[in-house]
Design a protein around this ligand. Structure first.
Ligand code: ZN
Length: 266
């Protein structure tokens, strides 16, 4: 079997917020230290395919939720030579507001989503604010409209979209959370999204407090490790360290995007 063509993979940082470390772990944190959260979308491309993973939120959502908005995620894509208006494939790891805002800026896109995520975001648990608060009702409704238009490709569990790119249903954080596994020049790489917000959640066995099923979240960490050869190739979803461990692809992208399919800096 021939090896798939490797993907280039980028993390694009578009927002940040100050937080205390105790907010990032069930049971809190004894250190009471500042532990900011960064917000990313991701780009994976090779000569044959371009995939956008999540679409971030916009300035209005940032204001409503008091996040520091740095720039539109779409502007980050533009700097990497990708025009959102012409993108064909967008993978949605889950339907939380910080992962599906801006979908209107991708008018040509087909959205790849787990069956379980649509069921969760439109089902019985949304009557509970604990589960519903990270969803924006209008965005969930918009995704339902997209489904009626045939613009959502639903997946039920693991799926290979093209050679070297597969989706893996994890659940945990939300019932339909999926992660993305990519073949790259650095070997297999996994975009963990909110399967592990920070590396510390997974590496120290301390779950993030926004969670639908803690057992599935913890099983997910084990799954992530089986999807890579080098555990450093598991990219957490909201960890500011990502911007320090990897290099910008050019000076104009300093602080905006980093290339993940490369040796992390120590
Ligand atoms: Zn998130």
């Amino acid at each position: 079997m021939t090896e798939p063509e490797p993907f280039e993979v980028y993390a694009i940082r578009y927002a940040t917020v100050a937080r205390q470390s105790a907010e990032n772990f069930i049971g809190g944190d004894p250190h009471e230290a500042g532990m900011p959260m960064d917000y990313f979308i991701w780009l994976a491309r090779n000569t044959a395919h371009t995939f956008i993973i999540d679409t971030g939120f916009n300035a209005a959502a940032a204001k409503r939720r008091r996040r520091d908005f740095l720039r539109s995620p779409v502007e980050g894509l533009r700097l990497l030579g990708v025009d959102a208006a012409t993108v064909h494939d967008v993978i949605i790891t889950h339907l939380h507001y910080d992962h599906i805002g801006n979908f209107d800026l991708f008018p040509q896109a087909q959205f790849h989503l787990q069956d379980a995520e649509m069921a969760y975001a439109t089902g019985r648990y949304m009557a509970q604010n604990f589960f519903a608060h990270a969803y924006e009702l209008e965005e969930v409704v918009a995704m339902v409209r997209n489904a009626y238009k045939g613009r959502v490709t639903f997946h039920n569990g693991d799926a290979t979209l093209v050679p070297g790119l597969s989706l893996h249903h994890v659940g945990g954080h939300t019932l339909g959370l999926q992660v993305v596994r990519l073949w790259t020049r650095a070997g297999w790489l996994v975009l963990a999204s909110d399967a592990s917000h920070y590396a510390a959640n997974m590496n120290e066995g301390r779950p993030f407090p926004v969670v639908a099923d803690v057992t599935a979240m913890i099983d997910g960490w084990r799954l992530l490790r089986t999807l890579v050869d080098d555990p450093r190739n598991i990219i957490p979803g909201h960890d500011p360290e990502v911007m320090k461990l990897y290099r910008a692809p050019g000076p104009e992208l300093e602080g905006i995007a980093v290339r993940l399919d490369s040796q992390p800096l120590e």
